[in-house]
Design a protein around this ligand. Structure first.
Ligand code: FCB
Length: 451
């Protein structure tokens, strides 16, 4: 076993999002979000739960900040609930909503923890969805207004901003696949939504910079690394298509390359000549950012089952460990992915803004939570990060997903990603073994293991 030390400036953190932990869904003048609406529709959430209370973090944040401090966390990535700030989506500002985040940020800073704020982690004000939501162009202005209000209020203290979390999920999973709020099944609408979300990012970045001097601003993407199941052309093309949809459809325009031509062709029936792209949009989207946030959980293995005479499978994910989400554990892909993103796009700096594993291990008879599989998952993914840094990737920090067990969207409370166990009956928090291990990793700025 070797200790792999990280660069001195490396930032160690954990991440959450507003709807998944805050609860207090109607407190202090908050408006309804699309997740409030969606989770209350019977059948939409696997275990019938909602985020009405979740981890009750809206009231328990001082305890949670103390917990972060006890775990040595240097940074905390959280998101801001748009309907707390602008209950009608635009216009009237709800001071109490702003005050909540002001208190949280002050508490973090007092505890020596750097706040990383995400503006949009999926809880769109329902009133804006009633007018069509992200497929409609007016959302660009609405988001710019929201970004302005928040960064004007918190920009003196928050110096690390993320506009959007996972645009692919926020648009395709929500508007095309129907699994997330608002639960629609309309591919053309999802493509328009994705464009508006990207333009809104481009509009927000200069606004945040103006309101928050010296701030670093970026966007967070869900990413994957594709592995064709065999060397056949059919499997290669399927992998290329998935990479085009999940990675390149967002990365290419963000880094100034317009939408990828192969995917424009693949989506042509749904794009209607891309009439939703207005003059100046592509330049706006390609605005310079300080960092790219990378969320990584698993790789993708691509197999074209319909291809006649396909070659036998050379890659078989079923041989590997899977988490309770059903996601294959494959840390090497994180290394490959980081190398690829750096080689192809050259972001000035990268963060892992989410990485983690769902395992339901709970307290044993002594009250300890021995979540060995999560600990191993984190160890191996951190070693992959270390390798990438050694190979020249400017990876500046790592945020474990998640600080707490929480409301896992359509899976409700059936999936636990936390470093910290949450008893949803009593709201008791118990740091799992992985949390204590992570605390020590941060303490020594290094991971002990075998690469
Ligand atoms: C990501 C989300 C995050 C969490 C993890 C498991 O897609 O950004 O909120 O649900 O997956």
């Amino acid at each position: 076993m070797t200790t792999y030390h990280f660069p001195k400036s490396f930032i160690w953190g954990a991440a959450t999002s507003s709807y998944q932990i805050e609860g207090a869904w109607q407190a202090d003048g908050k408006g309804e979000s699309i997740w409030d609406r969606f989770s209350h529709i019977p059948g939409k959430i696997e275990d019938g739960s909602t985020g009405d209370v979740a981890c009750d973090h809206y009231y328990r944040w001082p305890e949670d900040v103390a917990l972060m401090r006890s775990l040595n966390l240097q940074a905390y990535r959280f998101s801001i609930a748009w309907p707390r700030i602008l209950p009608e989506g635009v216009g009237r500002v709800n001071q109490k909503g702003l005050d909540f985040y002001g208190r949280l940020v002050d508490g973090l800073l007092e505890a020596g923890i750097t706040p990383f704020a995400t503006l949009y982690h999926w809880d769109l004000p329902q009133v804006l969805q009633n007018k069509g939501g992200w497929p409609e162009r007016f959302l660009v202005d609405a988001f710019a207004e929201y970004a302005d209000v928040v960064s004007r209020h918190l920009g003196d203290r928050v110096k690390n901003w993320m506009t959007h979390n996972e645009p692919w999920v926020a648009t395709f999973v929500a508007y095309q696949m129907g699994e997330h709020a608002p639960g629609l099944h309309d591919q053309a609408a999802a493509l328009r939504a994705a464009h508006h979300l990207l333009v809104s990012h481009g509009r927000a970045v200069p606004i945040i910079r103006a309101n928050s001097p010296d701030a670093e601003v970026g966007i967070v993407l869900n990413t994957t690394h594709v592995y064709p199941a065999s060397a056949s052309a059919a499997d290669y093309h399927q992998g290329r298509w998935l990479d085009g949809w999940i990675n390149r459809w967002f990365m290419d325009p963000l880094y100034g390359r317009h939408y990828p031509a192969d995917m424009v062709a693949a989506f042509s029936d749904q794009l209607h000549g891309m009439d939703f792209v207005q003059p100046g949009d592509m330049d706006a989207i390609a605005v310079h950012t300080d960092f790219l946030g990378v969320n990584y959980y698993t790789r993708s293995v691509n197999r074209d089952d319909n291809a006649p005479d396909n070659l036998p499978r050379a890659v078989d994910p079923s041989l590997n460990e899977h988490t309770e989400m059903g996601w294959e554990v494959y840390p090497d892909a994180l290394f490959e992915l980081l190398m690829r993103l750096h080689t192809d796009y050259r972001a000035p700096k990268l963060y892992i803004t989410e990485n983690g594993a769902s395992y339901s291990d709970g307290p044993d008879a002594t009250g300890r939570v021995p979540d060995t599989r999560r600990l191993d998952y984190l160890r191996h993914h951190l070693l992959a990060c270390h390798r990438a840094i050694e190979n020249g990737v400017p990876l500046a920090g790592y945020f474990a997903w998640s600080l707490l067990d929480n409301f896992e969207w359509a899976k409700g409370f059936s999936q636990r990603f936390g470093l910290v166990w949450v008893d949803y009956e009593t709201q008791q928090r118990i740091p799992k073994d992985s949390a204590l291990w992570y605390r020590d990793v941060i303490g020594r700025n290094g991971v002990i293991g075998d690469r």
